[in-house]
Structure formats: C-alpha cells, structure tokens
Write a protein that binds this ligand. Structure first.
Ligand SMILES: [Mg+2]
Length: 211
C-alpha cells in the first residue's frame, strides 16, 4: 500500500454487505434463527464477542464447504459500496475490511467489490465439512483495532488520516483508534460512541467525509 493518502477500514457484515454471513451459514445447518438471535446480542455488545462467536460457530458443525456457493449467492452488497470504494481510490486512499466473519466468504466478496486488503476469522474444516471450531485466534474488537493500526503503519498513514466504519459493538475499538469513527446502520450503543452517525443505509453518504 505505498503512497496512500488515507485509509478507510470497513466492517463486513451489515456494513460492507447487508447480511450477517454466520446466519446464512447457520441456515445451511437449519439453525439460522437461533444463531441470528445470538449474533444480535453480540452486535449490541451484551455478551463477550469471542466467546459468542465460538459458541455460534459450534452450531455450524457438519455444514459442507460446498454450501458456501449458496451462501455467496445470497450476499447482498450494501447500496453505494462500489461508489464509495471508487471515491476512496480516486482520492488516493486505501480500502480495508476487517471482519468478525470468515475468510471463506470474504475472500470472494472483497476482491469483487474492490477492497485492497482484508482480515477475518477462519472456519476449521475436516473432510469437507465444518468442524464447529474457529481456526486460530478470533478477530474480536481488539483484533479489529490491531488490524487498523497495522494497515496504517504499513502504508505510512497517521491514525489521524484513518476512518473506521461499522455497525456493531465489536467495531467500537477500531472506531476509537481511527481519526474518524463512523456508525453506519448501527446498533444504539455504537451510535452513542461514534464521531458521526450515518442514518441512511447507503455508503455514498460517507463520500463527503473523505479527506
Ligand atoms: Mg457488522
């Protein structure tokens, strides 16, 4: 990421895309509603994110990796996402995505949308099915803040020229570290602590805030 002027870091689920991917994968296990309720509690900040994620991923046990194609077909990019990413690039910025979701899905979506770098969790797989475990350390709120700091340092961008955009409680740490923290499509706890709250679910609303 040489010579970038600024860095925009987006959350994935309910920010870059309209969906919560873990719910779509849970649908494949017939446990969508149960996982959706647990995800909602985690996004509101009512429970520890990493513990909640591990317990939700357990419910995905047995889903075949061939189901990812059906999950990908259901992904809905957030309105305005391509316009925002094009505007960031036009102005000499870099776009990153950090997700408490999964590389297995993000590795297809992110390059398709024009994201420059991304980081997420990995689902453990054995014999072509999910084992119900997370592979490696969980990308939680602190993990998101760490990713933002690392990307900014790599590109020689001061934190004052970073923007973090998210909807969930696990986005608050990176929003606090960034020069500008934007609550987008966000839970009440996130709106309260953001520098700017964006109401409409349209990422073009971010364009006038770019440096
Ligand atoms: Mg989210």
């Amino acid at each position: 990421m040489p010579d970038a002027r600024f860095l925009v870091v987006l959350d994935a689920d309910s920010t870059l895309i309209r969906n919560e991917v873990i719910e779509l994968i849970a649908d494949e296990a017939g446990r969508g509603a149960e996982v959706a309720a647990a995800t909602e509690a985690a996004m509101r900040g009512e429970v520890d994110f990493a513990a909640s994620l591990r317990s939700r991923v357990e419910k995905l046990t047995g889903v075949p990796t061939t189901a990812f194609a059906r999950v990908l077909a259901r992904i809905e990019p957030t309105p305005g996402v391509r316009e925002l990413l094009a505007a960031v690039h036009e102005r000499g910025g870099v776009v990153a995505v950090v997700s408490g979701g999964f590389h297995e899905i993000l590795d297809t979506i992110a390059p398709d949308l024009g994201v420059d770098v991304w980081r997420a969790n990995r689902l453990a797989v054995s014999d072509g099915v999910l084992t119900g475990a997370v592979d490696g350390p969980v990308v939680d709120a602190e993990g998101k803040a760490t990713a933002l700091r690392a990307w900014a340092a790599d590109a020689g961008i001061p934190l004052s020229r970073t923007i973090a955009i998210g909807d969930g409680a696990n986005d608050l740490r990176m929003m606090a570290v960034a020069g500008l923290g934007l609550a987008f499509n966000a839970k009440p706890a996130v709106r309260l602590r953001a520098d700017v709250v964006i109401g409409p679910v349209d990422l073009r609303e971010v364009i006038p805030l770019l440096p």
